[in-house]
Design a protein around this ligand. Structure first.
Ligand code: PEP
Ligand code: MN
Length: 344
């Protein structure tokens, strides 16, 4: 439930409503809006009796929240969340391009690729230091050495970096080095990892699980917001289907659905969806056209030599083409990438 305060409500009246909600054993979560404050009522078992709060001074109305997820929903917050990474804004009318190799392999590889993707127009550099691999015999990433390389990339290029936190044991280490923390598809329902991400001061990108429903995906993000971290992005990276022409199936309708359901920025990862480089540019165009706020794309300066996901990694020149094309598409649809047009 959401208790909406009137525009003229004082801070004392807001505090009194918070105290009344907590007095009933619920959790109160004030959500400052542009014009007025709303207070979310969380942790209620079953329906909450609105009459407890309706008569309190400063209360304008009480709105039931019908969705299972609360904090991530547009019912709680109609305005788009803008995630800030340094001076980069993600969401609500901004186009954000994240690019880099699947895995950090060496300093030379990362620096070379980073310089190329930056020149093409990337805003954030990606690269896994701890890799979730299907086989224990595959390259597992360089670990802390990889994080140190990402530090050097930031220093050399000025680009912030995103990398995956694979488990709670290494979370703090990753958090110290990176600008954005990635929760991988396989970890989307690792609830202790999500709770740890909720306590982080760094933005988090939550990838959709391989066969997760939209409700499950949004609930995963809800864990992080509920923990106090509101700087969260969603990433659609393809789901498992019967298709053999691609590694996964990019679920474009899910992008449209979550943009409508949630105020969080949505990023499309065409690389893990496609699994093959020839589909990456077309899927990128589609992702932006359907409403995503950005893309995360695997690029390698020499994909034939990549230690992981070489087949889906773009050549730097291809990434340049991708940037030009998606920027043009974004410009055409710019008004519908901001909150005004959502939910219609
Ligand atoms: C990745 O982005 O490096 C990755 C492993 O992706 P996913 O978790 O979507 O498989
Ligand atoms: Mn990869």
């Amino acid at each position: 439930m959401l208790v909406v305060m009137s525009q003229r409500a004082t801070a004392e009246e807001v505090d009194a409503v918070v105290a009344a909600i907590e007095g009933k054993g619920y959790t109160a979560r004030p959500i400052p809006g542009g014009e007025r404050v709303a207070i979310g009522v969380l942790r209620n078992q079953g329906a909450v009796d609105a009459s407890h709060f309706l008569g309190l001074p400063g209360v304008k109305e009480v709105i039931p929240v019908t969705r299972p997820y609360k904090l991530v929903s547009r019912e709680f917050q109609p305005e788009d969340t803008v995630v800030r990474v340094g001076d980069i804004s993600i969401g609500n009318g901004h186009l954000t391009l994240i690019a880099g190799p699947c895995a950090v392999e060496s300093e030379a590889q990362c620096l070379k690729t980073a310089q190329m993707v930056k020149r093409a127009g990337a805003h954030i550099f990606r690269g896994g230091a701890f890799k979730p691999r299907t086989s224990p015999y595959s390259f597992q990433g360089l670990g802390e050495e990889g994080l140190k390389i990402l530090d050097k990339v930031r220093e050399a290029t000025g680009m912030p970096v995103i990398t995956e936190a694979l488990d709670t044991e290494t979370f703090s280490l990753v958090e110290d080095y990176t600008d954005v923390i990635q929760v991988g598809a396989r970890n989307m329902q690792n609830f202790s990892l999500l709770r740890r991400a909720g306590r982080s001061k760094k933005p988090v990108l939550v990838k959709r699980g391989l066969s997760a429903t939209i409700d499950e995906w949004l609930m995963a993000a809800e864990y992080i917001l509920e923990g106090g971290n509101t700087q969260v992005m969603l990433c659609e990276r393809g789901v498992r289907t019967f298709a053999h022409h691609s590694r996964n199936t990019l679920d474009l309708s899910a992008v449209a659905a979550v943009c409508k359901e949630s105020h969080l920025p949505v990023i499309v990862d065409p690389s893990h969806a496609a699994g093959r480089r020839d589909q990456v540019i077309p899927l990128s165009r589609a992702g932006i056209a359907v409403g995503a706020h950005g893309l995360m794309v695997e690029v390698h300066h020499n994909p034939e030599e990549a230690l992981s996901d070489g087949a889906q990694s773009l050549y730097p020149e291809q990434f340049e083409t991708l940037c030009q094309e998606v920027r043009a598409i974004f410009d055409v649809f710019r008004p519908s990438h901001s909150e005004k047009q959502r939910g219609t």
